[in-house]
Design a protein around this ligand. Structure first.
Ligand code: ATP
Ligand code: MG
Length: 497
């Protein structure tokens, strides 16, 4: 007889207005099992796990933990019953110490002055359990790297006695080396008998960490199986409902005039010429300064030293100037400066918050909606329509709108900072296709500068790649000269010294 699963969800349904997010989902995970939950953007993964972790109430369905009926009334209630969800945007209190964060959620009164030692000991034990006794419990959480913060969140969940741990896209803010450390931690959680749900768009990760996978498609379970038996292509086929053709399309490109010319620009002392008809990638470790370089080019940060020429323009420029010069940017942080969360899909697509150049009050709603609908179709954005507020879209679909906005504005120079973060495999392929179209357009080839931490993407779409390390941006070399290994070695070269 097989033992009861650690948790079990049956016939779970959830609608938001006219959107059916979950349409009768059964999902269960045993203790000591790592189950990957995969699916396209908007398939319902986060909603399903928000229901499990008490943040969202289901319309129908039932849940059990260790065979006992389970109806969490809030995330705190769910934690008390042993279910913890680690969200992608980390949620530690930055001004509190590591140990205070780990104690958080328990009755604060229990942790009076005399109990500080106990608090410290418990934090140290939880961290040691994860193999990271090196993190000092007295440090401020805000001073930790994203990887360390994530670790503290997991330690907090374990310290509060959780038996079910949900990780929603846990590697999206991690550097390459930290991803492997996370895998080790997940393996430890499995050994300790936790039931782990691992949501990811990276099938490489799914294959590295999970025992089993479940595919959601349009709010239903489209298939499941043992990870070791399933090639990535089979999982993608279940996600999309059909076979997907080439992930990285590449048409013949003709390199033209220089549209962006950098000489000794800090950070990175960057010297680089970007020409029409090419995609140049910038690889490097998190914190190498790649985002700051892009922001400096786009006028969001002052030019401290060096020279930037865009087309024939030289000298100081604001983001508004850059839009006028035919340059646009997808920023790494879509919430803070990419999208206006309270506005609709159509408004976000067609109005540019940074430029003030949008058609403004004279915009014709029908024309605007029609334009938005074209991009919604082209990138297969899952939303109720152009008028839906962007905040109601799933993470990956919001990101697609951020990319579509740039394409809508039809700029000549695209600055892309981690543009496909959180985007599912099939939608990535569509974005690469559109990028290839605009860069290889014979009549008017555009140019793109792409910062990415996803090495297969850099190697798949770029014509040249430069690595930022040792505080410098090295010369760009043809993509043929690179491999994943070579990129990693070059990026890490500055670390040891
Ligand atoms: N608060 C909400 N209001 C309206 N619609 C919502 C809300 N939350 C989710 N949805 C819709 O429910 C569907 C499922 O969304 P969900 O966030 O679960 O997808 P996901 O699989 O996590 O996608 P992603 O991979 O992009 O994170 C989507 O169509 C989304 O737009
Ligand atoms: Mg999600």
């Amino acid at each position: 007889m097989t033992p009861a699963p650690r948790f079990e969800m049956r016939g779970v349904r959830k609608t938001f207005g006219s959107t059916i997010a979950l349409d009768g989902v059964d999902f269960s995970v045993r203790d000591g099992e790592v189950c990957a939950l995969v699916g396209q953007n908007g398939a319902g993964k986060s909603t399903l796990m928000s229901i499990l972790s008490g943040a969202v109430a289901p319309d129908a369905g039932e849940m059990r933990i260790d065979g006992v009926p389970y109806t969490p009334r809030s995330p705190i209630d769910a934690r008390r019953q042993g279910v913890a969800m680690i969200y992608q945007g980390l949620s530690l209190a930055p001004d509190l110490s590591v140990m205070e964060n780990i104690a958080l959620g328990d009755e604060p009164a229990r942790w009076g002055v005399v109990k500080r030692e106990a608090m410290r000991a418990r934090a140290a034990a939880a961290l040691a359990d994860l193999g990271h006794g090196d993190i000092v419990p007295d440090r401020l959480a805000g001073d930790l790297s994203p990887a360390e913060q994530q670790l503290v969140e997991i330690a907090r969940a374990l310290a509060s006695g959780c038996r079910v741990l949900v990780l929603d896209e846990p590697t999206s803010s991690l550097a390459h080396a930290d991803v492997h450390r996370l895998f080790e931690i997940v393996a430890r959680l499995r050994q300790q008998g936790q039931a782990v749900v691992y949501i990811s768009h990276f099938l490489e990760e799914v294959q590295a960490v999970s025992d089993r996978f479940v595919v959601l498609r349009d709010g239903r379970v489209a298939g499941e199986g043992r990870t070791t038996d399933a090639p990535a292509s089979a999982i993608v086929e279940l996600m999309v409902g059909r076979a997907v053709d080439a992930l990285y399309p590449r048409s013949a490109r003709t390199v033209g005039e220089v549209v962006l010319d950098l000489t000794g620009v800090m950070p990175g002392a960057a010297t680089l010429q970007l020409r029409r008809g090419e995609i140049v990638g910038i690889a490097g470790l998190l914190g190498a300064g790649r985002t700051r370089l892009l922001r400096t080019i786009f006028g969001l940060e002052p030019v401290i030293s060096g020279r930037i020429r865009v087309g024939t323009w030289e000298g100081p420029a604001s983001p508004a100037d850059r839009w006028r010069q035919g340059m646009g940017m997808v920023s790494e942080d879509r919430g803070a400066e990419g999208l206006a969360m309270d506005l609709s899909v159509a408004d976000n697509l067609t109005l540019s918050r940074l430029d003030g150049l949008g058609p403004g009050p004279f915009v014709r709603p029908e024309a605007q909606a029609a334009a938005a609908r074209r991009w919604i179709d082209r990138l297969q954005v899952r939303c109720a329509g152009p008028r839906q507020p962007i905040a109601a879209l799933s993470g990956g679909n919001q990101q697609k709108i951020a990319v579509a906005r740039l394409l809508y504005h039809d700029v000549d120079v695209l600055l892309l900072d981690e543009p496909t973060r959180g985007i599912d495999v099939a939608s990535k392929a569509q974005i690469y296709q559109v990028l290839d179209d605009v860069v290889s357009n014979a009549a008017r080839p555009r140019a793109a500068l792409l910062v990415s931490s996803y090495l297969p993407e850099l190697l798949g779409v770029c014509d040249r790649i430069a690595v930022m390390a040792r505080g410098r941006l090295d010369a760009a070399r043809p993509v043929e000269a690179w491999s994943e290994h070579a990129l990693l070695m070059a990026a890490a070269a500055g670390q040891a010294s």
